[in-house]
Design a protein around this ligand. Sequence first.
Ligand code: MGD
Ligand code: MGD
Ligand code: MO
Length: 752
Amino acid sequence: MTMKTKIYPYKGPAGGWGSAKSVAKYLGSEHLLVEGPGILLKQNKPDGFACVSCAWAKPVPSHPAEFCENGAKATAWELTKKRVTPEFFQKHTVSKLQGWSDFQLEEIGRLTTPMRYDAATDKYVAVEWDEAFAAIGRELAAIREIDPKRTVFYASGRASLETSYMYALMARLYGNNNLPDSSNMCHESTSVGLKESIGVPVGTVVLDDFDHADALFFFGQNVGSNSPRMLHQLKDASDRGATIVAFNPLRERGLERFTDPQNPIQMATRSETPIAREYFQVRPGGDMAVVAGMCRWLIEADKIDHGFIAEHTHGFAEFSAWVMTQDWADIERESGLRRNQIELAARLYAEAPAAMIIYGMGITQHKLGVQSVQMLVNLALMRGNIGRPGAGICPVRGHSNVQGQRTVGIADNPELVPLDLLEKQYGFSAPREHGLTTVDTCKGIIEGTVDAFIGLGGNFLRAVPDHGQMEAAWPRLRLTVQVATKLNRGHLFNGRTSYLLPCLGRIEKDRQATGEQIVTVEDSTAVIHRSKALSEPASKDLLSEPKIVAEIARATLPFNPKVPWDEWVGDYGKVRDAIAATYPDQFFDFNERMKKPEGFRRPIAASHREWKTKSGKAQFTVPEAINASFDTGQDKDVLRLVTLRSNDQFNTTVYGYDDRFRGIHGTRDVLLLNAADMKRYGISEGQEVGLATVADDGVDRWLGGLRAVTYNIPEGSCGGYYPECNVLIPVYQHAQGSKVPAAKSVPVRLVL
Ligand SMILES: Nc1nc2c(c(=O)[nH]1)N[C@H]1C(S)=C(S)[C@@H](COP(=O)(O)OP(=O)(O)OC[C@H]3O[C@@H](n4cnc5c(=O)[nH]c(N)nc54)[C@H](O)[C@@H]3O)O[C@H]1N2
Ligand SMILES: Nc1nc2c(c(=O)[nH]1)N[C@H]1C(S)=C(S)[C@@H](COP(=O)(O)OP(=O)(O)OC[C@H]3O[C@@H](n4cnc5c(=O)[nH]c(N)nc54)[C@H](O)[C@@H]3O)O[C@H]1N2
Ligand SMILES: [Mo]
């Protein structure tokens, strides 16, 4: 980067003029200043399209402009006028492109033409769609003959419910449940933890609850960057006098204060709404200790809801006995907070008639990520804060349809899928064995037990841990197929046969036999919405995702008269009918109900205190420790590395080098360190440092060239950006029970 590097504290609020300027800048850089603003007004509207950024709920009636700075960036990024043509690939070998940054690769624009990797010239060359499908089908069928379990069907969380249903069915007809999706690196700790504790794998709140909550407790979720539309609900709650409390190792601006860019008065007067009343800088991995302390105070002060606990829960006696044996010295050490801070948090929690618990990756991406989720449930159950207005547990999902993909069958865990019904519907015998998760897939690729990888979107190779080992192993694959909108680093590592297939994005008009198609997605609150595209496709050669899935399936699988791939592609309404037949309780009258402007909510039993757990009650659980991280003893030279998202990225998509809220400009190669640690190691501001992972498997994991920045982060922790730091994460360091890579406390040593 030639851009000048600047690091200085950001004094502004989240939102506000900084956000307005940033939106204009992105529309300009993607040459969308003329049509961009009109398109943005349709974002997240009943007659418009569902934003391709995050999965936060869409209110009806909506705000005049129901988009945020980062949603606008995502839209501009997808609708860019820039194109990547076959001529581009003629000019650049794939090895050469490996030297480009994530930002440069995506910034060159939209993919336009199906491409095959030609190993002899080390270049991508244009192919006809038919030729690509025939070759992919041949390879997949040959591998299926050997062992269908050697193929993996990955999905990033964007593809619609319709595409996802077809994709999952294709994998099962092929003969496996190897259906990891991005959720396996994300909220799988939620899906496992909540299911066990409250009987549903998803959150229990709806948007209305924000109007009734007296307190909102945030654990490890960065609302200002990652779900900025939620700032509207938080601002309203704050204006109403609700108490907001945040736990986060970093002081994230969106949790501190907000100026609503859509509020002319707030903008003109430059006034701000304070968000969190109390902000506790917990140590990474220290949330279970916090909750243990809060629960201890609640029990001792007798602020628990005895009636609810007796009627609705199971396991309280064991849990409270465990809580009472946790001593304050341990709680303070592991949480990094003082007893009086934790007691204050507990008091604020107890004073709220209805409280909501909101969380994100700071909870799920730890060794004890599942148990951390369950500790938050324990906290909610203490005061009956589930299943009544203004209360509930709220995991904030990532990708715009990641929750929905699981709902319609993209799941490595076959227990989540009505296999018996599918068998009847399609006349086949469904695979019953547990499929590969993301981590299993990585291990399988390293060990050579996986032959083929199909990627429905995403940037798998860049999003997963252990880049060094993964990039080395990837070319040993027999077949790799990537369905994508933009070029990314994952496309630059190819199996022996390899295709890059460009598809329509969700904002682009998708015309099939019966006309323009509509698709559906599910948000974080389990509400299903329709999404209507409005922009012309980036290239006439693009196919829709359902079409690509159907063609791969037809080229691979023996003919099955019960699976009408062509009819489905011609009319997505028929896919919705099929979904309704497989999931009648949730999707009955799907085609009718999706017409409602507000969409419809799937039934979530725990939201009305029906507990579909083993005990038939909401379950208190006792964790095995109060530190969620990998225990590295008391060695002071081992730091916990938190991998972070900047305000200028969407996962591996890097929009630019401005992490405005954190005051970091022009670079992503930084290491955030506490002042005391800087001093202890004699590091000067801006000095180049490296990190080495603490692991005992004999693999060297190292990252250099990071500039040290003094930052307000707890002593003994440090922060760096994802995906650059993923090279440091050992693939086997993942959450127990969910296999989510432990990206929020990687044990590292400084290399000076
Ligand atoms: N603009 C934008 N929006 C996005 C995304 C994006 O990359 N960019 N990604 C999307 C996706 S897929 C997802 S999953 C979500 C992710 O959204 P978030 O869940 O917010 O994920 P992160 O930004 O990775 O981390 C969240 C916060 O956890 C804090 N944290 C780290 N460790 C701990 C800990 O041990 N305890 C506590 N209490 N906090 C901790 C970090 O400081 C950070 O503020 O956002 C989605 N939305
Ligand atoms: N260290 C560390 N690692 C992490 C995380 C972390 O916090 N720290 N977070 C994890 C999380 S929460 C997640 S969700 C994963 C994300 O993992 P992925 O979902 O695999 O990655 P993305 O970066 O979202 O994928 C971006 C690519 O998707 C493609 N794409 C965009 N839109 C479309 C579309 O409409 N259709 C198709 N077919 N392709 C499209 C584009 O080619 C783009 O390059 O990363 C995980 N990895
Ligand atoms: Mo995610």
